[in-house]
Design a protein around this ligand. Sequence first.
Ligand code: ADP
Ligand code: MG
Length: 583
Amino acid sequence: MYQEKEMQKVLKQVFGFEQFRPNQKEIIDAVMSGKDCLAVLPTGAGKSLTFQIPALLKNGVTFVISPLVSLMKDQVDQLRKLGISAAYINSSLNFVELRRTLAMTANQKFKLVYIAPERIHTRSFQFVYNHLLKKQSIALLAVDEAHCLSHWGHDFRPSYRQIKELRKYNNIPVLAVTATATQKVRDDITRELKFDNKALLQIGILDRPNLKYSVKQVLKKENSLIEFLKDKHEKKGIIFCSTRKSVEIVYSLCRKFNPNVGSYHGGLSDSDRKRVQENFCKNNLKWIIATNAFGMGVNLPDLRFVLHFEMPGSMEQYIQETGRAGRDGKKAECLMLYSLSDRKIHEFFIANSQPDSFVTQHLMDFFNRQEYPLDLTDQELRDNLSSISEKLEGRKLLRYLQLLEDLSMISWVTKGNIKSYSLNDKFDLSKLPLGILDNNTNEAKRKLDLMEGFCLQSTCLRASLQHYFQTNPTICGNCSHCLDEHQIRIDSAGPVAQEIYAALKTHPMRYGISTIAELLCGGRSQALFDRNLHGCDHYGVLSDYSQIEIKEFITKLVHKGAISRSNDDFPKIGLPKIRNQLI
Ligand code: ADP
Ligand code: MG
């Protein structure tokens, strides 16, 4: 392995760690030998180290593209504490700081420079980048949270598409890392970044055997919450809610029987949020009731539970949030209290998160007509846009500005309460990709559907998480669904299974799980009559069981490989070509 001793030395002497975590060595080795690499490892697996160590071992500057201003600052602060020269370039810098940082970057005063994707495009950065390129002084391009590159990811950022510009005319290795990437997202990343066939794809195990997943469909969530928490006074955990309002409700409920709880949401001041986070990390608080604003950068090994008071908006979010539990490898519980109405709030979020194209166009038109540099306070900007100013109240203005920045239309530096804007070259009204806005909405809805499907299904939860992220699913035997007593014991050779196989032999790959289950249970839906299935020999042979039980049973057989399922939008089931020994 390439420079193994060197790698080990940096790990120990600079970062103070004794040994590499799984996958880290393989990734660093690939990067050191000049290969591109996509690493998909769970949150907390230690992905940052996989670009930080090569950055120290290689000559030149490593650029890290990162989507979150707050994360960049945390990482840079941490690196500086370790004595590593690092900096960040994003919209939180004022004009003087930005100039200084760019100049020092050009003079190779930093080993690592974190950069916001929307800054890649700026002339000043391009100048520095090309200067370093000429001097062959760029060590590596690291793309953190690489799923932001893909439409199919849960957090698509158009500006991530600019990363590929940095690859032009050079062979600087690229390391893309993310915690959540389905096959589609992985394909998008490797295509977008133009990985060649030598690239390494390192996928860590997303399965977390020490977590017990449960989904409970309940009407009165408060009762289930109290029931769950009653023996957990000494255990540390997070309770996630979808809205600030539910954070407040749950918080006051929990306060009644545990004084050591804190609440956390975007409506609190920065200092309050910091204080709550610190108290939680120092163990002064046992439970945190929070919106998903909480947790970025919090890395506590000993969380014993994560409770979702409401369903999150996507499987990616769910896996990220539950992934915070049990990092120490000891047992931890992940409970979701689900009700059918949880969906509504996410539909509302989706409808409101997408900027209105009329307002966007209006803003672009305004910026197109100005002289630059343009210095304005937010209020002055609103005053200039009086016809749409009510649509730009509060934080909405910032969201629109960020969209324009993200689309590389404008950029700005802050000076006190003034923003000093500049207009980018590519600015063109006809290029406003309104399609992206619509696509985002559809994609968000699709993800919500999948999340809801997860809550409603009756099969093994851990297996479906694995299935979703396309690792090989196995039935866990430990989640609420596997442990539920009313379920039929899975016996792939028993009489129930034999009836199912017989039906599939008659109707190979023609129907989905629901139809076959209904047929066997003797259902009375119109669809069954339309297909003339009520007259078939298999009709009603398993009428002692409910359709849900049989559906679940079939799904388990699918997971076991005893039944195969097609891959289309409406998957059909049948017997596998080679019937394996399980049958
Ligand atoms: P990720 O980006 O994969 O979510 P991070 O890079 O933020 O994870 O790392 C999570 C934590 O694990 C950090 O506190 C980091 O210092 C720690 N860590 C990373 N690698 C190691 C290692 N080899 N040994 C011990 N701790 C490590
Ligand atoms: Mg990370």
